[in-house]
Design a protein around this ligand. Structure first.
Ligand SMILES: Nc1ncnc2c1ncn2[C@@H]1O[C@H](COP(=O)(O)OP(=O)(O)OP(=O)(O)O)[C@@H](O)[C@H]1O
Ligand SMILES: [Zn+2]
Length: 647
């Protein structure tokens, strides 16, 4: 242990847990390799496993087979059929039950003498607070999302409990160790953010299959079946995108009511009307915007009548279910239409038929969901609709069409999980946990599972030291670039603080302005907050949040505090930064052009020292003073040199 090394898949690494043979063989390794003292520690310590999915199931099995006796496990989810191919603690009879509870029962059967507690819940819940985390000797993550990983990183730092973090993506995997003050925390290295696409590309000029899939899933699906306001077909484009929201709305969804079913309109009629609207009327409107097509191929409208499958034509051979007038309660349009191969790419006729039938099935069979339906990659009918809708749009724009299987992967961001990768990663988690328990901190390593040519490799490096630039485990400040005249407080809270920084109940203050969320707010504070949320940052009380402002942010549930230095940009390149902000240390070159800097100095001024109280400010001050005592105390107890304004 402790050496940096690369292990090829063909060798037998000395520090890999055996995964075959009798349980005696399995137990032989750590004891033989590390002695009685560690064996006793492994039996005495209490560990928390977060996530009982692909990695979590393997991890729990490996933990109990390695001698760990006191385990707690948290998972929010229930078991789905699609989990059974790799989450081996679950069987068909468990579908619908809590993952955490079933996994705990399964490993208890392997080792009846263990003491295991399962929680079905989200680790973000307040019952899993710092005191909860303090009870453990180490925390082992088997999660699938950045938000939860960040939250746990912060709680582990606050509770001073070491964390072993992990992740897999197909054949790739990673395990890392995070010890406060000794190694980097999970957030010391910037994480790649999820890919976003400029709204105008999705709406007007798609040129890749993914653009059509995202359009169908994020824009069309909510408009037809979900909450229309969740659709970017109507929503204002991101702040600073330079797009005129009203113009876009006029252009794309001139009349939102046309997406609603008219009184007495049959589901089939509605589906056909939608087809014509989306693939003929709107495409022709776009085609007429000649500027868009100077250097691109203009889109081509579709003619529904020319695309009717026999099933929808007069006198054609209709599939049995439709012909017999079976009520539309079935869960799959493809089944009815006999399109059973998920890997085949449907032609335009088939896409049109699936689109029409899927819309009708949804309206008739799932009317209780209308107005609130959300796309779910495991919802077959939803995937069918998105596949057909995206393919029809792809045909209009001359883009290649995708199979249902491929579309499901794209819409659900699915990277197919490999059970073996999960098993190897879980083994590595336990190896690192044992190093922690043996207090062999210097030997803790970050491990990577990689594929190189035809070989799979495990490479390892010593756990890096904490980064002085980290906002989470050090007191570093971060630069936040945005357009303060366009970004509203609501967008700042949703996109930056909750979306990017993964805060749950953020408080923030800047100069004499303050805002907070969380429990215990008075009714008048909530009303005041609602009003503030609508304002652009530059117009917030106390001089606004503008160029060079220092924004103090905290979340007491996560024991998180940070300072964001605001850089205002008047012109914003939506193609390069579709999120509408940039958060980080060094700015990318595109954001430091002199012309842009000049525009900023004209439009904004530093405000950290400005304490010009307007009548609004008086309101803010009074509200801040009336804030619930517990919360205010904790904030005032902040030992940072730049303190929240006293009011
Ligand atoms: N905030 C959270 N609190 C508790 N458990 C969580 C949280 N976020 C994710 N999880 C759990 O982490 C596990 C991750 O496992 P995995 O990556 O195998 O995902 P999955 O949902 O089982 O599989 P798939 O996404 O492929 O359907 C899931 O069981 C999920 O419920
Ligand atoms: Zn850090």
């Amino acid at each position: 242990m402790g050496r940096d090394k690369t292990l090829s898949s063909g060798t037998a690494p000395p520090d890999t847990l055996h995964t075959a043979g009798s349980s005696q063989d399995v137990l032989a390794w750590p004891w033989a390799a590390t002695g009685e003292e560690l064996k006793q520690r492994v039996q005495d310590v209490k560990v928390l496993a977060v996530g009982a999915g692909g990695i979590g199931c393997e991890l729990l099995k490996t933990l109990v087979m390695s001698g760990f006796k006191h385990i707690e496990v948290v998972d929010l989810d229930t078991i789905e059929t699609s989990n059974l191919n790799r989450q081996f603690l679950f069987r068909k009879r468990h579908v619908g039950k809590s993952k955490a509870l079933v996994a705990a029962e399964a490993v208890k059967q392997m080792r009846p003498d263990i003491d295991i507690t399962a929680y079905q819940g989200n680790v973000n819940e307040s019952r899993f607070d710092v005191d909860f985390f303090r009870r453990f000797d180490c925390v082992l993550n088997g999660l699938d999302n950045l938000e939860a990983r960040r939250h746990i990183n912060r709680l582990c730092l606050a509770a001073e409990v070491p964390l072993v973090e992990s992740g897999t993506a197909g054949y790739l995997g990673q395990v890392s160790v995070h010890i406060k003050g000794r190694t980097e925390c999970f957030e010391c290295q910037p994480k790649p953010t999820s890919k976003t696409f400029p709204v105008c590309t999705l709406r007007n000029t798609p040129d890749k299959p993914i653009h059509c899939v995202v359009w169908a899933k994020e824009m069309l699906f909510p408009l037809l079946f979900g909450a229309p306001e969740a659709s970017d077909l109507h929503e204002a484009p991101p702040a600073g995108s330079g797009i005129d929201a009203a113009a876009v709305t006029r252009n794309i969804a001139d009349d939102p009511s046309c997406y609603q079913r008219a009184e007495g309109e049959s589901s089939t009629h509605f589906a056909e009307r939608m087809f014509r609207h989306l693939y003929c009327t709107k495409i022709n409107e776009l085609r007429n915007m000649e500027d868009l097509w100077r250097s691109r191929r203009p889109p081509q409208a579709l003619d529904l009548d020319a695309l009717r499958m026999p099933a929808y034509g007069d006198g054609g051979d209709q599939p049995a279910a439709i012909e017999a007038g079976v009520p539309a309660t079935a869960s799959s349009a493809c089944k009815e239409l006999g399109l059973s191969d998920a890997h085949s790419v449907w032609n335009d006729q088939q896409n049109a038929a699936v689109f029409l039938r899927a819309v009708a099935l949804f309206l008739d069979g799932r009317s209780h969901e209308l107005g609130s339906a959300q796309f779910d990659k495991d919802d077959l009918l939803a995937v069918e609709l998105v596949t057909a809708a995206a393919n029809l749009r792809a045909t209009c724009f001359g883009i290649s069409r995708q199979s249902l299987f491929e579309t499901k992967g794209m819409a659900g961001n699915i990277i197919h999980a490999i059970a073996t990768t999960n098993a190897i990663v879980s083994g590595l988690i336990v190896v690192e946990a044992m190093k922690l328990l043996a207090r062999s901190f210097a030997s803790c390593q970050t491990s990577f599972l990689q594929v190189s040519g035809s070989k799979r490799l495990v490479s390892r490096m010593s756990a890096p030291e904490p980064s002085a630039a980290c906002m989470v485990c050090s007191t570093a400040q971060a630069r936040l670039v945005l357009n303060a005249n366009k970004m509203s407080l609501q967008q700042l809270v949703d996109k930056v603080l909750k979306g990017r920084l993964a805060l749950i109940a953020p408080s923030l203050w800047c100069g004499t302005f303050s805002y907070e969320e969380g429990e215990g707010l008075e009714e008048d504070e909530i009303t005041r907050n609602r009003k503030l949320l609508l304002l652009p940052l530059a117009q917030l009380p106390g001089g606004g949040v503008v160029h060079n402002s220092i924004l103090h942010v905290d979340d007491q549930e996560q024991c998180f505090k940070a300072q964001l230095i605001i850089t205002h940009r008047e012109d914003w390149d939506d193609e390069q930064h579709p999120e509408g902000f940039y958060l980080g240390g060094d700015l990318p070159p595109a954001l430091t052009e002199p012309s842009v800097e000049a525009a900023i100095s004209e439009t904004a001024s530093p405000n950290e020292d400005v304490v010009s109280l307007t009548s609004d400010d008086d309101g803010v001050a009074a509200e801040a003073a009336a804030r619930p005592v517990a919360k205010r105390k904790a904030i005032e107890g902040n030992t940072d040199s730049s303190k929240r304004p006293r009011t």
